[in-house]
Design a protein around this ligand. Structure first.
Ligand code: G1P
Ligand code: ZN
Length: 544
């Protein structure tokens, strides 16, 4: 087996977004596209010679091809060992755990998360560092810079590596170990949650449905929920990963999990419904007659985490992304722990988690997680909910209502305008940004007064770094907020996200329909940003 140095020419579009490099599959299939990007990653790192690299993906179309390339390039660049999930599979949180558990140098996570897969679908590559978390901006910036000038990559000339047999094999000077993708993750969950209590809950007749959406969490959910926790077979549906997600859209929201939502709203439906996305880091939580918004779920999990063994000593703090509702802030205040507001994207939580300043983190986009790994974790959220339900012996609905009675309710919604013309989207944001200084003091809908208007800049309290232009915030004197930002994960056109939030005190009305409760703010957002007018759309493409 010889190491080849192959000449290449740079691509100019390999800038990692909110979560790694994401593009349509045909883009990744261009000659040397994957090779250039992976070599650019390795060229931006130092000190990995002889070290471990973890590789795994969500099993989507092109996963197998990209993994073979990644292993060959890793071998040629001097890694000592690659640990790869059997069949090339690892959920994103499981990959994070493997990196940490085996003290790997880092890992390559191959996924486009909740985006559709298949020959015309999306693919993605993300580098995670030794703490198990997505590479910080200083690394992703260096990778992008390198990708624009790269002129060669190193690759081992070797036949395809067998990724199905568990065990080790020699590939050039490097060892490849194929591991069970589920075992270490399941063991970690056991250390955090009271499996006996959850087992007893299922034994008492508690009924749950878990939709793995034909994606990566299938094998994890079958093992943990059905085999280890005794939930009846059939609790996990769509549990076999498929390269095209069965031609579905593996995004666990009320649009793509509508059937499950409707089932949970029927009188004889199950007690609890949950789902996870393509790569297993997002979660959807629905109780009988109660959908729990991700922002509320973050607050509820933080308020009740002490009921699970892994968090019985209490939590150090909470972090949420800026657009996420402020529901968790009230919990942090009551617990007397630190609260942090970070830009969108899990990579911004890493420093706070590493420094021990926060234990629980979350985003409005169905992501919650804790310091057990450095990624958000779909099944973790489901298991923490189950642990809480097992201890409190109340329904999800009762727990949510009780929470609102003590903390108040943050009505919250996100309106997405997808595949908007990039120039129109940029112009809209730029113009609004220019008008921000003139907005404070203005009064809308009789009594809603703007208190502040800015473009969010984050100052990382751990490493002192600054991240500017992270989304426009328009705050009102009653605590309501309108946030507007452009997605950093879309692959076609621009996606405009408008986040709307209004706070209702503990003794206020908590039973309003969300869109109705936010109607005045939705109107103000349109007045201010003219999104519908400028894009020619009659309304958002997705409401969550
Ligand atoms: C979206 C979500 C964000 C999440 C990211 C990766 O990013 O909004 O919260 O971290 O996906 O899952 P966006 O497309 O908004 O940049
Ligand atoms: Zn995901």
């Amino acid at each position: 087996m010889t190491i080849l140095t192959v000449k290449t020419t740079p691509y100019n579009d390999q800038k990692p977004g909110t979560s790694g490099l994401r593009k349509r599959v045909p883009v990744f299939q261009q000659p040397n596209y994957v090779e250039n990007f992976i070599q650019s990653i390795f060229d931006s790192l130092e000190g990995f010679s002889g070290q471990i690299l973890v590789i795994g993906g969500d099993g989507r179309f092109y996963n197998d091809v990209a993994i073979q390339k990644a292993i060959r390039i890793a071998a040629a660049n001097g890694f000592g060992k690659v640990m790869v999930g059997q069949g090339g599979l690892l959920s994103t949180p499981a990959a994070s755990n493997i990196i940490r558990h085996y003290k790997a140098f880092g890992g390559l996570v191959l996924s486009a998360s909740h985006n559709p897969g298949g020959p015309e679908g999306d693919f993605g590559i993300k580098y995670n560092a030794g703490n198990g978390g997505p590479a910080p901006e200083k690394i992703t910036d260096a990778v992008f810079a390198r990708s624009t000038v790269i002129d060669s990559y190193k690759i081992l000339d070797t036949p395809d590596i067998d990724l199905h047999a568990i065990g080790t094999q020699q590939v050039g000077d490097m060892v490849v170990e194929v591991i069970d993708p589920v075992a270490d993750y399941a063991a970690l969950m056991r250390t955090l949650f009271d499996f006996d209590a959850i087992k007893a809950l299922f034994a008492s007749g508690f009924r749950m449905t878990f939709d793995a959406m034909h994606a990566i969490t299938g094998p994890y959910a079958h093992t943990i929920l059905e085999d280890l926790l005794g939930a009846p077979k059939g609790t996990v549906v769509n549990g076999t990963p498929s390269p095209t997600f069965n031609n579905g859209h593996p995004d666990p929201n009320l649009v793509y999990c509508k059937e499950m939502h409707d089932l949970l709203m029927t009188p004889d439906g199950p007690d609890f419904g949950a789902a996870s996305d393509g790569d297993g880091d997002r979660n959807l939580i629905i109780g009988k007659n109660r959908f729990v918004t991700p922002s509320d779920s973050l607050a509820l999990l933080a308020a009740n985490a002490h009921l699970a063994p892994g968090y019985k000593g209490g939590i150090a703090g909470i972090a949420r992304s800026m657009p996420t509702s402020a529901a968790a802030d009230r919990v942090a205040e009551k617990l007397g722990v630190e609260m942090h507001e970070t830009p969108t994207g899990w990579k911004f939580f890493g420093n706070l988690l590493d420094a021990g300043r926060v234990t629980i983190c979350g985003e409005e986009s169905a992501g919650t997680g804790s310091d057990h790994v450095r990624e958000k974790d779909g099944l973790w959220a489901v298991l923490l909910w189950l642990n809480i339900l097992a201890v409190r012996q109340q329904s999800v609905d009762a727990i949510v209502r009780e929470h609102w009675r003590s903390y108040g309710r943050n009505y919250y919604t996100r309106h997405d305008y997808e595949e908007v013309d990039v120039a129109i989207a940029n112009e809209l944001v730029d113009e609004l940004r220019a008008r921000l200084p003139s907005l404070p003091g203005r009064i809308f809908a009789d009594d809603l007064q703007i208190a502040y208007a800015d473009d969010f800049t984050y100052h990382d309290p751990v490493d002192g770094s600054t991240s500017a232009r992270q989304g426009i915030r328009i705050g009102f004197t009653d605590g309501s907020r309108i946030v507007l930002r452009l997605s950093g994960t879309g692959t076609v056109g621009a996606t405009l996200r408008v986040y709307l939030e209004r706070y209702e005190a503990p003794d206020g009305r908590h039973d309003l329909e969300t869109q109705l409760a936010l109607e005045p703010l939705i109107g103000i957002a349109e007045d201010l940003c003219k999104i519908r007018e400028r894009t020619g759309r009659t309304g958002p493409s997705v409401i969550t």
